[in-house]
Write a protein that binds this ligand. Sequence first.
Ligand SMILES: *Cc1c(COP(=O)(O)O)cnc(C)c1O
Length: 420
Amino acid sequence: MLEVYDNRRKRKIIVFLSDDIPGVLMNKKLVTELNEELEQLKEQNLLWNPKTLNGPSCAKPTVDGKNVVMLCSNNYLGLANHPALKKAAIEAVEKYGVGSGSVRPIAGTMDLHIKLEETIAKFKHAEASLYYNTGFTANSGAIPALLRPGDAVISDELNHGSIIDGVRLTKADRYIYKHKDMGDLETRLKEVKEKNPNRIVIITDGVFSMDGDIAPLDKIVELAEQYEAVTYVDDAHGDGVLGDHGRGIVSHFKVEGRVDFDMGTFSKAFGTMGGHISTSKTAKEFLLNKSRTWLLTGSHGPATVAASIASLELLMQSDALVKNLWKNTNYYKKRLIELGFDTGESETPITPVMTYDSGKARKLSIRLFEEGIYALPIVYPMVAKEKARIRTMITAEHTIEELDLAIEKIEMIGKELKLI
Ligand SMILES: *Cc1c(COP(=O)(O)O)cnc(C)c1O
């Protein structure tokens, strides 16, 4: 990165891709254009400059060389650095090596991958489960496979980007309903029915990642049954968090057997990596034959797969971590609310601390990091302009002392910024 004086703008700008590094051959016009776009992102405060972890992801990691309380990781249960998962990964490496050697359909299916899929199905009380490399590729592969021209898809307006991309890849008719608004969903269903599509698929996030609110899946399922629609839920933030032993939103609302596609990820509460979809045997067979993101990408190596099996086995044996997650979450939220903070729509460990003003959200995040607390600002366009906040996320691993320290610093800086 270089700071240079821009004659046209009459001020200094940052140049990200300098063409003075020997050996970097790039089309000059492209470099100029990329710089222009980066500059625009910077002007809108949308430029990422990721911080670096200097060790494991945990409740009190070292980030950019500084020991901080982590409040922005999805490692809800602390499994990313759990001894049982590490042991499983190490043993798998000894026995199977580090790579799978191929894509799943050719030579990249080890007995470990089969065991993982069986374990997911057992955990989810499903007939069958399919494992993808990530949650993103599960959505971007399965959704276009399920929707053909003449079908219709109805999606919550706040669904995750991977669902949006999956939907963009279909040739089906697309409809959006207002966030969690069942009246609006029914209006869309009626509108769609009039066009007599072959297949209607309703897609929703289980837990919405910006506000931490929960989709009314019980009502969605009822409407789907009434209008003969297929249901697809993305439970990335509900896996390991909601339901009996962390079985997710389907268990939370007791709608087991009534949701067609129960999709989720290992990259959050389960502590590892990989997407999964639980469904019927037939739908699994169909998806693995039709999802390009399953067919055309190398499969995960043994360490990740074995650790993922271990994470589900651990959860099936004991719900202690899930209980602790909720104990910590309830304690933290109660204290913040008592101090006068607004935690928005949150119903889960995702706890926004509303600042409304985007400048204050940024300032709060920067000041917190200085004080040893790591939480990120969430501002427009990730949320509406007047709904800026920092998003804090609680885990089972946090000690009461760590939570108290976080609360103390949020209170102190909250007062500096006149939030309370
Ligand atoms: C994180 C997330 C994903 C992506 O999962 P990965 O396994 O990390 O690719 C998909 N959907 C939702 C709702 C998410 O929050």
